[in-house]
Ligand binder design. Structure first.
Ligand code: ADP
Length: 246
């Protein structure tokens, strides 16, 4: 069986500053991987490498069994970047139109069938934004906008969702509901990669954890991470650990 993502000995530098150093890790299909590390530790860079948005300086990456640089089934990947959830982004289309675009990507053409329209409705319903379907995406709150992006990914039948700190600026209640949604999508078989600074959220929700600070400090199931010293080691020199209180 092919993995969702296979990262082999990948290094990357901006100029002379190494940001990712000799990282190897495999994400199996159906996994919920929490990617953690202090600020500036290379999480976003590693995610961009995995998705083929950056080219590694050395090493190689496969996405669903294909070299990432040759991977053409973009509709299989849903990516919610930090920017996409910032307020004031430019997306002057309605939620339904945005989700429809996701369905175009899946269908490969613009003539949608009844089934396609049903899939669009279903995606909007799954993330619970039926009442926002005719609102413009750029008029939504951060939390609502994330749901719209996820609905678009669902309509394109993405089987990998990558999210970079998707709940920054979202109130605690919506945040919890959002993570419940992610968990149920993962239960339905979608592979999830989540960058999140709140360690508690990650240990509560993710099945596996990769902890990096340029180098990989830990990669394994959540249980073994909690029992390891990886957190203290990776965060030791630099960051502040954020704990989730509940
Ligand atoms: P994280 O997501 O863990 O906060 P990033 O991957 O965003 O970390 O950044 C890792 C390091 O690379 C940081 O020191 C950051 O300043 C630097 N960096 C990120 N993007 C660029 C860029 N486009 N050019 C130069 N340096 C960058």
């Amino acid at each position: 069986m092919t993995s969702a993502v296979d990262v082999r000995n990948v290094s990357f530098a901006y100029g002379d500053s190494p940001v990712v150093k000799d990282v190897s890790l495999t994400i199996e299909k159906g996994e919920f991987l929490g990617l953690i590390g202090p600020n500036g530790s290379g999480k976003t860079t590693l995610l961009h490498l995995m998705l083929g948005l950056l080219e590694p300086g050395s090493g190689s990456i496969d996405l669903f069994g294909e070299p990432v640089e040759e991977f053409s089934a973009g509709e299989r990947i849903g990516y919610v970047s930090q920017q996409s959830t910032n307020r004031g982004g430019s997306m002057p289309v309605t939620v339904r139109e945005a989700v429809k675009m996701g369905r175009f990507a899946h269908a490969g053409h613009a003539r949608l069938s009844e089934t396609d329209y049903a899939a669009i409705d279903q995606a909007i319903e799954t993330v619970g934004i039926e009442d926002l379907a005719d609102r413009r995406v750029n008029a939504l709150s951060g939390g609502q906008r994330q749901r719209a992006f996820i609905a678009r990914a669902l309509a394109s039948e993405s089987d990998l969702l990558a999210l970079d700190e998707p709940t920054v600026g979202v109130d605690a209640e919506s945040r919890d509901a959002f993570y419940q949604l992610l968990e149920s999508l993962n239960d339905s078989g979608i592979t999830i990669i989540l960058i999140e600074h709140d360690i508690g959220v990650v240990t509560d929700r993710a099945s596996r954890i990769a902890c990096i600070n340029t180098e990989l400090y830990h990669h394994g199931d959540t249980e073994s991470f909690v029992q390891s010293d990886a957190l203290a080691e990776a965060y030791g020199a630099t960051g502040t650990v954020v704990h989730h209180d509940h």
